[in-house]
Design a protein around this ligand. Structure first.
Ligand SMILES: [Zn+2]
Length: 230
């Protein structure tokens, strides 16, 4: 008798030798990356952010930099407060009516209000600006637009992620897992973070390279003047 071996397709990522996970197109590792990082081949960028955070810290050491940075922090705190109010209103409505309005805005409000309560605003703004510097400096570290939005959310939630103890079907044990929230809500939040904070980091990076080029030109002009007079 010929035993039927169920056909299991391979993971669709180029060169990946593993079988696809369940009914998915990806193996479990690549599926995990899609869910947490927005692309099967996207690696986390949080560890590569250190030198860019340092650049932001250096920038805030100047009076102009500090003034601009404080303005961004103030606007973030304002937005966070507004999200916190919305999250409380949604919660109160649920308590009185029993209806949970799980709209996109409410989901985003919940994530922002949680993270803004758990994390120092200056730290959050520094990380998001640093992500903008990194995006401008090494765009190839980001595999797609979705991956960029997911990285913004991961950077935003770093140190403020909700860790929950859940039963894992795979191992049969209780494991601590990170609750990431719905993909659609994270995409929405990522766009918002990109538009309001990460993009400022990109602008900053462009301003700095313009200034550096200008200084280099001036130095070269000065040198040629010295050479001409010698
Ligand atoms: Zn794979």
């Amino acid at each position: 008798m010929v035993e039927m071996v169920p056909y299991r397709p391979l993971c669709i990522v180029d060169g990946c030798p593993k079988h696809a996970h369940g009914r998915d197109k990806y193996c479990s590792q690549h599926l995990h990356r899609v869910n947490t990082h927005g692309h099967p081949e996207q690696l986390p960028v949080t560890l590569k952010l250190a030198p860019y955070k340092q650049q932001i810290t250096l920038w805030t050491a100047s009076a102009d930099g500090m003034k601009a940075f404080n303005a961004i922090v103030a606007s973030y705190e304002e937005a966070a407060k507004s999200f916190q109010r919305d999250a409380v209103a949604a919660h109160n409505e649920m308590m009185t009516t029993g209806i949970r309005h799980n709209t996109m805005h409410n989901q985003v409000a919940e994530i922002v209000s949680r993270t803004s309560r758990l994390k120092d605003s200056r730290k959050t703004v520094t990380q998001l600006l640093a992500l903008g510097l990194m995006l401008e400096d090494q765009p190839r570290s980001f595999r797609s637009d979705t991956a960029i939005f997911f990285q913004a959310v991961n950077v935003f939630n770093e140190d403020a992620n909700v860790r929950k103890k859940l039963y894992s079907k795979q191992t049969g044990k209780i494991e601590t897992v990170t609750r990431y929230g719905k993909k659609s809500a994270r995409l929405h939040l990522g766009r918002w973070l990109m538009k309001n904070y990460v993009s400022l980091g990109i602008q900053l990076s462009r301003q700095w390279s313009k200034k550096l080029a200008q200084e280099r030109r001036e130095r070269e002009e000065l040198h040629s003047l010295i050479r001409a007079s010698a």
